[in-house]
Design a protein. Sequence first.
Lengths: 371, 130
Amino acid sequence: MSDNVLKTPLADRHVALGARMVDFAGWYMPVQYAGVMAEHRTVRETAGLFDLGHMGQVDVSGPDALAFLNYVGSNNTSVLEPGAAHYSLLLYPDGGVIDDIIIYRRPSGVGYFVVINAANIPKDVDWLQTQRENRLDLDVTVENISDNTGMIAIQGPNAEQIVAGLSSTDLTEQPYFSMRETTVAGIACQAGRTGYTGEDGWEFYCDIDRVGDLWDALMKAGAEHGLKAIGLGARDTLRLEARMPLYGQELSAGINPLEAGLSWAVKLDKDDFIGRDALAAAKEAGINRRTVGFKMVERGGVPRTHYAVQVDGREVGHVTSGTSSPTLGENIGLAIIERSAAGVGKPLDIIIRDKPVKAEQIKMPFYKRDR
Amino acid sequence: MAVPKDYKYTKTHEWVKVEGDVATIGITDFAQSELGDITYIELPPVGSSLNQSDSLGVIESVKAASDIYSPISGEVIEDNTNVETTPEMVNSSPFEDAWLVRLKVTDQSQIDNLLDAEAYEKLLEESGSH
């Protein structure tokens, strides 16, 4: 582990829990504790706790904060009521993706809280500051508050019960994709009812100095409900089953959101935003690639990122993510392929160790919880 | 981390157990622990001829795919088809039930040159692992 690797305040707790620690996006993070499969099942069946201290947060405030977010983001943030949230994308002018983000309108109605990916913090913050300087007509302040903000997620069917016993306000009625200001175990938190697992749950944001206390209180209260610490390995298999994109795999500067299947987060009919013209032109010309889900129907291995995809011996694209799905017991993946090859039920060959292995396109998400 | 005394080992974390001119091969407890949950194993067909250090097969975990290397030269005389259908056996019983292949030994000196248990344990200690 290099000396300049970053640590969250919870790193010692992970080590004490027996976690295997890795360098992830420059952070010293737990990849697994009990094992990816076991942790995955814990989140699907009871509840899991995630240290997300590596993720970034940006505060966007000022009279023109909304206009600014509508200019740099693809979604229409005008629709957010106080305390509501949505998914959006930061785009380059050519429509390539800088990052995928969650925008929360603060419950007070004043200002926005934006969550960004760990690996993209410097890039995103530089981009936002550059755009702010380009739009001096807008009165807006953009502040990177990542260093002061602790972030923990609790996810799984038992999350609600655990949180209900600790929060000062009733969060059980809180809608999905919204934010509340509350206290959890006496610690002031912003509670976002969101996640990256396909389960119910929350992402809590608090003062960085209190995140250790928050972790301890949740672990203690959750023990009787089967709550366990979950590493980044299971976080990846959980999000893939729920067909949630991962930046750097399903999304990148070389993949536009219409190809990634995220047109629902791109509002071409709102006022101008960065990347709009390129995406409008691309849509007009016809989107030539699609992101599809598949499962392997022949023995031959596990699909992995960057494996080639063929149809009738001709390369039509590549795998963006793949794994052995713990819930389905099948080898599954996402691939970006030529439009003509895309369609549920249509066959694909995944090239695994130079051999074509048969796969079939299936409906996504791979996993959907009972609501 | 278990390291049975009567086995031989490689630096790449395979083990060999020799009975007469038959060598049974698998991966070590350390290797399965590093790989994590194993979900797929591909073994060479019976009758294949392997040279020492050839790829003997592929082992995939939830996290990644890794090659397994043949510790010695020889002909594959038996595959453990149980591990192909139940790969998680390698996590639970790497030294016993989840052996991978049996080879007919062609060069006894290759076996003599493998690590013994003591040397393998030392290797694990030096690599700072457990």
